[in-house]
Design a protein around this ligand. Structure first.
Ligand SMILES: [Cu+2]
Length: 173
């Protein structure tokens, strides 16, 4: 019995070690309980101090590209649920922005429009991709410039799994 417990701790220890080194290397994956977050990224953007005052008042419904140039930015990522119970992303916050909202981008006629949503469902044994043309995190009121290669810490809140801290990488695409 004691041997079995000892073995379990070694396995858990190795797993934790592997998890730590993996997240330290990539900076792009994190987990809480059955929820795994990977491939978190954003586009470069200009912070509040350099943004035009009138551009900062850009209403919801503007294009993602315009929003990104107006002291706001958009974050994308993949949410995976390895558990048997559905979960929901219900909120987010970041040291880099005054507020973070959950948004969806939708085609309305020949225009792309975005609007806030209450939550983003992550099905049991499933995944949901936050990607251009769909769900995203909207970082509103950037506190600093975001340049290619920067890492932005975002804390995202799940209904069941709780909070996951992720590092979104600023990419040129
Ligand atoms: Cu948005």
């Amino acid at each position: 019995m004691i041997g079995r417990v000892w073995f379990l701790w070694v396995v858990v220890g190795l797993w934790a070690l592997a998890g730590c080194s993996a997240s330290a290397n990539s900076g792009a994956s994190a987990s809480a309980g059955p929820i795994q977050v990977s491939n978190a990224w954003m586009r470069p953007a200009v912070g509040m101090e350099e943004a035009q005052p009138d551009a900062m008042a850009t209403p919801v419904g503007a294009s993602a590209a315009l929003m990104a140039s107006a002291a706001n930015d958009v974050a994308y990522m993949t949410l995976r649920n390895t558990g048997q119970t559905p979960d929901r992303l219900v909120g987010a916050r970041s040291e880099a922005a005054n507020a973070v909202e959950l948004h969806i981008e939708e085609q309305k006629g020949d225009m792309m429009q975005m609007r806030p949503v209450d939550g983003i469902a992550v099905p049991a044994y499933g995944e949901v991709k936050l990607e251009p043309g769909g769900f995203h995190l909207m970082l509103i009121g950037l506190k600093r410039d975001l340049k290619v290669g920067d890492k932005v810490t975002i804390k995202i809140q799940f209904e069941r799994a709780g909070e996951v801290e992720i590092q979104a990488e600023v990419r040129a695409q």
